[in-house]
Design a protein. Structure first.
Length: 107
């Protein structure tokens, strides 16, 4: 970040350097005005409110973190519990054929 004497000098620098490729990868340089203090505050407040809403949703959907911890069995492997949840949606016997054919009415 750098400060310049006037807005005209800033405009000239932005026009000259913004979008110029740099480095071996040719990534484009981004040159822009810095956020004002008010813009920084707005971004901070917006982020805090978004996180608050996310936390509210999670508590409503899943309960508090202590509720989740007391209701969940200990997880030894991250695959185990999820695999058993998925398995409940499949037929118990493979000899009965495809689930779709068995339940769709098109026999």
């Amino acid at each position: 970040m750098h400060s310049f004497e006037s807005r005209d000098v800033c405009e000239e620098i932005i026009k000259k350097f913004h979008g110029q490729p740099i480095g071996e990868e040719g990534l484009l340089l981004q040159v822009r005005y810095a956020d004002t203090a008010a813009q920084k505050d707005l971004k901070r407040i917006t982020t805090e409110r978004r996180q608050f809403r996310t936390n509210e949703y999670n508590v409503g959907a899943y309960g508090t973190s202590t509720d989740v911890l007391t209701l969940s069995p200990p997880i030894l492997s991250p695959v185990g519990p999820r695999a058993s949840q998925i398995a409940r949606h499949f037929p118990t016997s493979r000899s009965s054929g495809s689930w779709k054919r068995e339940h769709s009415g098109n026999r």
